[in-house]
Design a binder for this molecule. Structure first.
Ligand SMILES: [Zn+2]
Length: 236
C-alpha cells in the first residue's frame, strides 16, 4: 500500500472531520483499499481495520504512542504499541453457528454497514448491532427476541470469528503491577494520526501564507524539503 499524498490526506481529513467515527473508518479504509465508500461499508470490521493498520504503516511509520489508564490504580500509562501487535488473522469464515443449550444461532461477521444502521445514541445500540448479524435461530426465538445473555454470547463469538475487529493489548501497570487486556480502538488511533498530520500541514500553510502571501495550493505544491527550508527561513 502506498502512503496517502498530502492532498489526499487533507481531502479525507476535511470530508471526515465532525463525522461519526464509523464514517471516518470507512472513508479511510476505502482510500486505503481502493474501494468505494459503499464497498468498504460491506467489509467485515476486521478487514476494514486491517486496511487502516496498513494505511497507518504506509503514512506514519513507527510505533503508536498512546495513553492507557490502569484499572487497578488509575495511573495514566504511556504505552508504545508496535504496529505488528495490531495485526490479527483475517476472518476465514464470514458465517458461523453457535450452539447454546438446545438452540443453534447462525450469525455472520459485522460490517460497518451494521454500525452505520444503529444510532449511537440508542440505549439498546449494542443489542441491536449484535442482533443484526444473527441470520437464523433454530430451536429458539426470532433474532429480535433473543435474550440478553444469548446476545452477549454471540458478541463474544464474533470476536473469535473476526479477531482483527477486537484488538486487545496485554498491558502491565508499572506502578501497581496490575495486568489487563486493554481494548484498542484501531480506527480512533489512525484517525488521530491523520488529524494531527492534517493540522500540522495546515499550520505550515498558515505560517508561509502569512510570511510570503502565497496561496494555499502553491504552498502545498512545494516539496516538503522546500517547504521546510522556507519554514526555517522565517523561523517558524
Ligand atoms: Zn496500576
Amino acid at each position: 500500500m502506498r502512503a496517502l499524498t498530502e492532498g489526499q490526506l487533507l481531502q479525507e481529513w476535511e470530508s471526515c472531520a465532525g463525522r461519526r467515527p464509523v464514517v471516518r473508518a470507512v472513508a479511510l479504509a476505502a482510500v486505503a483499499g481502493g474501494h468505494t465508500f459503499a464497498e468498504a461499508s460491506d467489509l467485515p470490521l476486521g478487514t476494514r481495520d486491517a486496511l487502516l493498520v496498513d494505511l497507518r504503516t504506509a503514512c506514519f511509520p513507527g510505533d503508536l504512542e498512546c495513553l492507557a489508564r490502569c484499572p487497578g490504580c488509575g495511573e495514566d500509562l504511556e504505552v508504545s504499541v508496535p504496529v505488528s501487535d495490531l495485526r490479527q488473522p483475517a476472518a476465514q469464515e464470514y458465517e458461523a453457528t453457535l450452539a447454546l443449550g438446545g438452540m443453534r444461532v447462525r450469525y455472520r461477521v459485522l460490517t460497518s454497514r451494521d454500525v452505520l444502521a444503529v444510532a449511537p445514541s440508542d440505549p439498546d445500540a449494542r443489542c441491536r448491532l449484535v442482533r443484526r448479524c444473527v441470520l437464523d435461530v433454530s430451536g429458539g426465538p426470532a433474532p429480535e427476541e433473543l435474550a440478553a445473555e444469548v446476545v452477549e454470547a454471540v458478541a463474544a463469538a464474533l470476536s473469535e470469528v473476526d479477531p482483527q475487529a477486537d484488538i486487545r493489548l496485554d498491558l502491565t501497570c508499572a506502578v501497581c503491577g496490575h495486568a489487563w487486556a486493554a481494548p484498542f480502538d484501531v480506527p480512533a488511533h489512525v484517525w488521530a494520526d491523520v488529524d494531527a498530520c492534517a493540522r500540522g500541514l495546515l499550520a505550515e500553510v498558515h505560517a508561509l501564507a502569512k510570511a510570503y502571501g502565497w496561496r494555499e495550493e502553491d504552498i502545498l505544491a512545494l516539496s516538503p524539503a522546500r517547504r521546510h527550508f522556507y519554514l526555517e527561513a522565517i523561523g517558524a
